[in-house]
Design a protein around this ligand. Structure first.
Ligand code: PLP
Length: 425
């Protein structure tokens, strides 16, 4: 039976629609003008902005509590340790982990996936084994597995997806077999916004004895992610994309899998006993947190997840889906604009990639920047996906809880300006 340690949000708070215009005031950076225009920040898939409570928590930590953790016998060290461990409990509650020590603090998603590839992969993947991925993955959920496959003489296979990035579940089921060791897929694509059916994939993977690791970089910030309900074995995500600080992230793993794993980083803080020739390891989660961790970052992430839970992850999810669908509709209606990814009524979140006929995405991004509209243009760390889409790059707008419909309208007006500027309409 699933255990719940989720805490902060009341059911009412979690279902009420959010008031983005009011929430914006929590984010000091959004009040500024850029190039003489009000800032329209639509680059949230790259990193989100930070609410004042998180900024204040970081300052307060350094002004009042700063000390190294788990080592001191003095007051500040005890307080710092308590705050760090309290953050772990909050983050565990946020993803409904059964136990706080299933949450390992990392530097971010990339760090977590690399740790997993070393600590779980090297011990469990052998010659002839298969790792199933998709062509939609961010490089961070592809390159570490390429390297693992090289080290262990294993094979990468790619689950078919349609042009919108929707996973073919039947084809996936047909690929699973005794040779499948790992399924490593995104939860939400950072390019197409498409949401993967991870609960169904976890069920199928487990039926074949495979482990499933989810790249939650674009889901944990935007939707309720319940690791027990999804029954995923591992989940990685980054604090900086979810109102938290940079340099902090999470590798969640089921207790029995983490217990069986060797550490990936060796040194101080992660040992039980050290002899000259060999050592033994501390208990979970410490055996995976060698060296001084990002203490302030973890505390800031704890405050960030409380902030998000206070608004309600269901409301944040609904807001992202609604704005995403609105953006898809208005952009698709524009002459010369192609939206990549699912239609407005498909399983998609608030990441919207598009290309404009005869315009390079960088040129689109530059004109938008002149209007105060911050988007991203490029391959979005997904070069194989770009090739699959038949483009070199896309422009990408991505929303968060503080974005409004007016800002999407501003994006659209700015794209029209870009088309007029370059004479393509
Ligand atoms: N996976 C996805 C889907 C992402 O969108 C990103 C970042 O954009 C990452 C992994 C890597 O995250 P980080 O750079 O925080 O390690």
């Amino acid at each position: 039976m699933s255990t719940s340690i989720r805490g902060a949000a009341t059911p009412a708070a979690r279902t009420a629609p959010l008031d983005a215009a009011a929430l914006r005031r929590d984010f000091p950076i959004l009040a500024q003008e850029v190039r003489g225009k009000p800032l329209v920040y639509l680059d949230n898939a790259a990193t989100s902005q930070k609410p004042r409570v998180v900024i204040d928590a970081l300052r307060e930590y350094y002004e009042t509590t700063n000390a190294n953790i788990h080592r001191g016998i003095h007051d500040l060290s005890e307080k710092s340790t308590a705050a760090y461990e309290d953050a772990r409990v909050r983050v565990a509650g946020f993803i409904n982990a059964a136990r706080p020590h299933e949450v390992i603090f990392t530097r971010g998603t990339t760090d977590g996936i690399n740790m997993l590839a070393r600590a779980w992969g090297d011990a469990n993947v052998t010659s002839g084994n298969e790792i199933l991925l998709t062509e939609v993955e961010h490089h961070s959920n592809l390159v570490p597995w390429q390297e693992l496959a090289k080290r262990r003489d294993a094979r990468l296979r790619f689950i078919p997806t349609d042009p919108a990035g929707v996973i073919d579940l039947d084809a996936f089921a047909g690929m699973l077999g005794p040779q499948t060791k790992l399924v490593a897929v995104h939860h939400v694509s950072n390019v197409l916004g498409v949401i993967a059916p991870v609960a169904a994939m976890a069920r199928l993977a487990h039926e074949h004895g495979a482990v499933i690791a989810i790249d939650g970089a674009q889901s944990a910030p935007h939707m309720p992610v319940d690791v027990q309900a999804l029954d995923v074995d591992f989940l990685t995500f980054s604090g900086h994309k979810m109102a938290g600080p940079t340099g902090i992230g999470v590798l969640y793993g089921k207790e029995h899998l983490l217990e069986a794993m060797e550490p990936a980083h060796f040194g101080g803080s992660m040992i039980r006993a050290v002899e000259l020739e060999s050592s033994t390891w501390a208990d979970l989660p410490y055996k995976f947190e060698g060296g001084t961790p990002n203490i302030a970052g973890a505390i800031g992430l704890g405050v960030a997840v409380d902030y998000l839970d206070g608004i309600g992850m269901d409301a944040i999810d609904a807001h992202a889906r609604q704005l995403g669908a609105y953006a898809v509709n208005v952009l698709s209606d524009m002459p010369g604009v192609t939206v990549h990814g699912p239609d407005a009524d498909g399983e998609r979140g608030g990441v919207v990639s598009f290309t404009v006929e005869d315009l390079h995405p960088h040129d689109v991004g530059t004109v938008l920047d002149g209007e105060g509209v911050a988007i991203r243009a490029g391959h979005h760390c997904a070069q194989p996906l770009m090739r699959k889409l038949g483009v070199h790059a896309t422009a990408r707008a991505s929303v968060y809880l503080y974005n409004t419909t007016d800002e999407i309208d501003c994006l659209v007006e700015s794209v029209v300006k870009a088309q007029r500027f370059f004479g393509t309409v």
